[in-house]
Design a protein around this ligand. Structure first.
Ligand code: NDP
Length: 305
């Protein structure tokens, strides 16, 4: 039976460590603070941001939610970011994506002070990460490394294949794996004979954004599968493609009218040595690493890291 890598338990351990760090900083009169900017009313974004703010409260961090209307301009957003950059009680600035079309997302992400860039999206942090210098690393990729390390799965010398090359997941996770001495291959939509490459992977990271894309025959028996994908299934046909006969999923689907599947086909997990389930694998790590990054940013800014 493959080993299930329980992201919720690992995330809880990280949050506990963050809580202890927050307590230690409080003794020095420091309270790390996170500002979350949430534009308009995108339901998924509202859920994510709400849970980030709630986690700040649970762990003892200060948080502030800023909610401009969806008519906001790039200039108005730049003013908001500039004010947050200047505030001493704010250590981390989070701009929840996606932003409305009229807002220049790149200009905005570049305007966040690299020292407060707790999402790790600023080019300065991307460059520092690549150069192996202290950097705020993107939360989901950093979470992938935590899962592997805390599960005592070897990384050094392993062949890691990352499918996906986005700036927020694929590229940074590949760089972090490289820094851990994995031999890394990055694949994308133009990769020829993808299955031949993925079958070579000791560690296969799927960050594609396509439901169940990694089929069983693309996986080497005994590999570690890290499924970053989050894809919502809403139709009966989609549901049956992945979960026909799964009574537990069936009940959840009937109740909510949807369920989520990763980028790895559930049948492919059966070939793995270990895997992250969806939900409950990589997902919970993202918020835990955001909290960890905020505390780290607070320390770095004060020369304490
Ligand atoms: P992007 O859409 O930015 O990137 C997808 C990548 O997959 C691209 O590099 C693309 O290649 C590649 N790709 C697409 N189709 C194929 C194909 N047929 N064969 C090989 N490669 C392909 O997605 P993100 O990186 O932002 O997200 C990836 C997934 O991770 C999504 O499901 C997202 O929801 C999830 N996610 C989960 C998070 C979490 O907290 N667990 C956080 C962030 C994302 P190309 O560059 O050539 O187009």
């Amino acid at each position: 039976m493959p080993r299930v890598l329980d992201g919720a338990t690992i995330a809880a351990a990280i949050k506990q460590e963050v809580t202890e760090e927050v307590r230690a900083l409080a003794a020095q009169g420091i309270r790390p603070g996170l500002a979350a900017v949430l534009v308009g009313h995108v339901p998924a974004s509202e859920i994510y941001v709400r849970s980030k703010v709630q986690t700040c409260a649970e762990l003892g961090l200060f948080s502030e939610l800023i909610t401009p209307p969806d008519t906001v301009t790039t200039e108005e957003m730049l003013d908001i970011v500039a004010a947050l950059n200047d505030r001493d009680d704010i250590d981390g600035i989070l701009i929840q994506l996606p932003l409305p079309k009229q807002v220049d997302t790149k200009a905005l992400l570049d305007a966040v002070s690299p020292s407060k860039d707790v999402d790790g999206f600023h080019p300065v942090n991307a460059g520092r990460l690549q150069a192996g210098r202290p950097a705020l690393a993107p939360c989901t990729p950093a979470g992938v490394i935590e899962i592997l390390k805390r599960s005592n799965l070897p990384i050094s010398g392993q062949h890691a294949v990352v499918v996906g090359r986005s700036d927020i997941v694929g590229k940074p996770v590949a760089m972090l794996l490289l820094h851990q001495n994995a031999t890394v291959t990055i694949c994308h939509s133009k990769t020829r004979d993808l299955g031949a490459v993925t079958r070579e992977a000791d560690i296969l990271v799927a960050a594609i954004g396509r439901p169940g894309f990694i089929e069983p025959e693309m996986v080497k028996a005994g590999a570690t599968l890290i499924d970053v994908g989050i894809n919502r299934l809403t139709t009966r046909e989609e549901f049956d493609r992945f979960f026909a006969g799964d009574a537990k999923r069936e009940a959840a689907f009937a109740k909510r009218g949807s369920t989520i599947v990763g980028d790895v086909h559930p049948k492919a997990f059966e070939r793995a040595g270990a895997y992250t389930p969806v939900p409950g694998g990589v997902g919970p790590l993202t918020i835990a690493m955001l909290m960890s990054n905020t505390v780290r940013a607070a320390k770095m800014r004060r020369g304490l890291d």
